[in-house]
Design a protein around this ligand. Structure first.
Ligand code: SAM
Ligand code: SF4
Length: 474
């Protein structure tokens, strides 16, 4: 057993070892699936059922290019049917890059003496958040290294600082966090600061690989990280995000393990994770990992489509680590959130000359450096509906993802209209004339052609936004 209840103070039920490498590898050893079986599995997902490990392995083990096309097509159909055309936008904000760990893939690792270390003070937070608001952002994820300085009180304090900032018509309405595992008490403190999702990526679910790439520091404890989000649940922080860093071990194994992690939350807490992230390793200062398991573009696209089919109800986050052409392709397979205008340099948003990447002042290299404005323009041109909606979280409709799909008409009544209202705000306050014109055309076209339950009320609210009212939602 890789962890024990006493050690990590979690209720016994959660401690059943839910990641069993042998079990996962056995599923993956199964024979090549028949065409009929692959189609059956895709159909099960299209009927909006979560797939089992065995069924997911069927998709993973599919190598026939025609069937892979069907898997991708299935993911596209599922996305259209379940999620529609909304894409939620956010930006990452690095609060501090001090770190005591030695993750071999990360520019912030303690032994990387080239990294310029920095923790934003209050004034610097205000400057960064103002710059983000001036670009049009409403949702941020704050990112921290793992360091005694970044305890729960510090994290909570920085979250509160971010919420206080108001630049022009701007405000941040949802702050998510990606930081180290905390104690139950610690999670409670951070929850009280009003965060949305707490993200912790397991990086790799393969214990031996994990040990190899995390040779020192708190993070070297595989079990502690694995049950960290169980502690979050104990602290009643039920809005959590999981993820794996693709490229450390076999992608097939990691996809299965992510699904196993989802199953675990559903079985023990009756609610799955809010989001899944699937970052691929990018270049970083002092990167020290074997490229044996690096994931090709082809496999990456396939794995995203499989994840979509495997967990139809979990939000999927795709970041600027990927280049624009991959982002555009993968968006069609059911990604629900992307970052835009991303700059991961410390103080990068407010510094005018920070557009050129410098790996000694950031965690890794990003591949998509488009501004938020450019991304929104492209999303509109390709018939997506950019959204900054934060309504559910603020109205206490928690488990919002669960609601979207379980409450009949939820998307038509809430998500679609709220996406349009937040896009209208963006068009009024931040867009150039061309985007504004095209954005409104897209909104009205969608209102005319789509099945929206509260059309009249929505039109009234949009008119109010055009007349200067803000923060209207259903
Ligand atoms: N220090 C916290 C931790 O490790 O949990 C915060 C996480 S880190 C700032 C955010 C995530 O970036 C990590 O969990 C890891 O998956 C990812 N990451 C680290 N190095 C990376 C690299 N070279 N390329 C892509 N993603 C990377
Ligand atoms: Fe530190 Fe996180 Fe980077 Fe590891 S991934 S070195 S814990 S910042």
């Amino acid at each position: 057993m890789i962890y024990t209840p006493e050690k990590y103070s979690i209720k016994d039920e959660a401690m059943k070892p839910f990641i069993d490498p042998e079990e996962i590898l056995n599923y993956l050893k199964a024979e090549k699936p028949s065409k009929e079986r692959v189609r059956e599995v895709i159909q099960k997902s299209l009927n909006k059922n979560r797939l089992s490990l065995e069924e997911t392995a069927v998709l993973i083990n599919t190598e026939d290019p025609e069937l892979i096309k069907e898997i991708k097509k299935g993911a596209q159909t599922l996305k259209k049917n379940v999620y529609g055309d909304r894409i939620v936008l956010f930006a990452p904000l690095y609060i501090g890059n001090l770190c005591t760990n030695n993750c071999q893939y990360c520019g912030f690792r303690v032994t990387n003496k080239d990294q310029v270390r920095k923790t934003l003070n209050k004034e610097e937070i205000v400057k960064e958040v103002s710059a983000l608001q001036d670009a049009g952002h409403k949702r941020l994820i704050l990112v921290y290294g793992e360091h005694p300085k970044y305890g729960p009180e510090f994290i909570a304090e920085s979250v509160k600082e971010v919420y206080k900032v108001k630049s022009g018509p701007g405000e941040i309405r949802r702050v998510n966090v990606n930081a180290a595992p905390l104690s139950i008490e610690g999670f409670k403190i951070v929850k009280e600061s009003g965060i949305g999702t707490y993200q912790i990526f397991q990086e790799t679910y393969h214990p031996e690989t994990y040990a190899k790439v995390h040779p020192a520091g708190f993070k070297s404890d595989f079990g502690n990280r694995l049950v960290a989000l169980d502690r979050a649940q104990e602290a009643l922080m039920d809005d959590i995000g999981i993820g794996a860093l693709f490229g450390l071990y076999d992608w097939k194994y990691e996809v299965m393990a992510l699904l196993r992690h989802v199953n675990h939350f559903e079985a023990v807490y009756n609610i799955g994770p809010h989001t899944i992230s699937f970052p691929r390793i990018q270049n970083a200062s002092s990167l020290n990992v074997d490229d044996k398991y690096f994931v090709s573009d082809e496999d990456f696209v396939k794995l995203v489509a499989i994840l979509r089919l495997a967990v139809p109800y979990t939000g999927m986050i795709l970041t600027a680590r990927e280049p624009a052409h991959i982002r555009n392709e993968v968006l069609t397979y059911g990604v629900s959130q992307i970052d835009g205008g991303t700059n991961i340099q410390m103080e990068g948003y407010s510094e005018e000359n920070a557009t050129k990447q410098d790996l000694d002042t950031e965690q890794f290299e990003i591949m998509d450096t488009r501004s938020l404005g450019e991304i929104i323009k492209e999303l509109i041109a390709t018939d997506y509906l950019p959204s900054f909606c934060t309504a559910c979280y603020r109205l206490g409709r928690t488990g919002e993802h669960f609601m979207e799909f379980s409450v009949p008409g939820f998307i038509k009544r809430f998500c679609g209209p709220n996406a349009m209202l937040t896009l209208a705000e963006y068009l009024e306050d931040y867009a150039d004339a061309d985007t504004k014109e095209k954005g409104y055309k897209a909104i009205f076209r969608k209102i005319d052609s789509e099945d929206i339950l509260n059309k009249e009320e929505l039109l009234v609210k949009i008119e109010k936004v055009r007349n200067g009212e803000r923060d209207l939602y259903f």
